[in-house]
Design a protein around this ligand. Structure first.
Ligand SMILES: [Zn+2]
Ligand SMILES: [Zn+2]
Ligand SMILES: [Zn+2]
Length: 114
């Protein structure tokens, strides 16, 4: 599968209705092609109405905008990983004690400066 085909199917509101072999092929491409997985992330965040210009990169946007239906506070949610502190205007990884965070200066996924 090439990138153009992938994006035509995957970056669409109907992508979740794709089944069978085509879905498998799309999933493989998503895993193998970092350009397309980033394009897909960007698309999902934009669909959620998230302003990506507020974030240094797509990964920090994805993790800091992580939303859980059960926990409104990311510190209470075991699935939350990255927080943005409005007070300190920095990003951090939530500490194991879930009351504080460790400041990060670079994105752990792509190395972009925060
Ligand atoms: Zn691709
Ligand atoms: Zn949760
Ligand atoms: Zn990044």
């Amino acid at each position: 599968m090439d990138c153009e085909t992938f994006r035509r199917y995957w970056l669409s509101p109907d992508a979740n209705q794709i089944t069978g072999d085509l879905r498998m092929d799309l999933t493989y491409h998503f895993i193998e092609c970092s350009a397309c997985s980033e394009a897909s992330l960007t698309y999902d965040l934009q669909q959620r109405g998230i302003d990506l210009t507020k974030y240094p990169c797509i990964h920090l946007a994805q993790y800091a905008e992580f939303h859980c239906d059960q926990h409104s506070d990311p510190y209470e949610c075991p699935d939350a990983l990255i927080v943005y502190s409005k007070k300190n205007a920095d990003f951090g990884i939530i500490h194991g004690d879930r009351t504080s965070y460790i400041q990060i200066k670079y994105c752990p996924w792509c190395g972009t400066k925060c």
